[in-house]
Design a protein around this ligand. Sequence first.
Ligand SMILES: Cc1cc2nc3c(=O)[nH]c(=O)nc-3n(C[C@H](O)[C@H](O)[C@H](O)COP(=O)(O)O)c2cc1C
Length: 183
Amino acid sequence: MRVLIAYGSRWGSAEEIAERLAGFLGEEGVEATVLDVKRIRLWPSLEGYDGVMVGSGVKISKWMGEPLAFLRRKAGELRGRRVALFVSCMSVLVEPENARRDLLEKVAEAAGVEADLMEAFGPVLDVGPGSRMGFLDKKIAQSVMLGLSKEKGLELDAKGRNDLRDWDRIRDFAHRFAESLRE
Ligand SMILES: Cc1cc2nc3c(=O)[nH]c(=O)nc-3n(C[C@H](O)[C@H](O)[C@H](O)COP(=O)(O)O)c2cc1C
């Protein structure tokens, strides 16, 4: 079984999820190829892939343009293959149902894609020295963190890296996708 994991990531969270998904799928005997859609020059063929996972980080309630374009462009080829969508976002911690509806179901519908699995995973909010965020994005991340601490009582590092992803859920997502390939 072969799977393509196509992702777009602004600051590295969806990227790391894509890489770890590939590792988890490998443990299940599924060969996964990870593709940063921001770097591609030509749309890849999906020939030879039994399943495709497409994921994105979220900013101002939106997917990145590149994975969204991939979904639209590949909607036809995705039919007849197993498909999973995922996002890394903050809103799943506060309003999980809205996150699923707005960041997954609506996106799939608008792209004309029918997904077998869809999951919103938590964010990385990294305002530390190793962060890929620019000054303004860090400021927004800090205000998001303040809101999360107040609303959810989370203890966050206001000057560091906060990984709020649930890796057990991500492993389970890979497991369920591998199972769906075998059905
Ligand atoms: C400037 C900024 C804007 C963001 N906007 C949203 C948002 O509108 N909704 C949301 O759920 N998360 C939002 N987030 C949280 C990101 O989705 C989260 O950091 C995610 O892990 C980013 O993934 P990426 O690094 O793969 O792009 C925002 C984060 C930043 C820094």
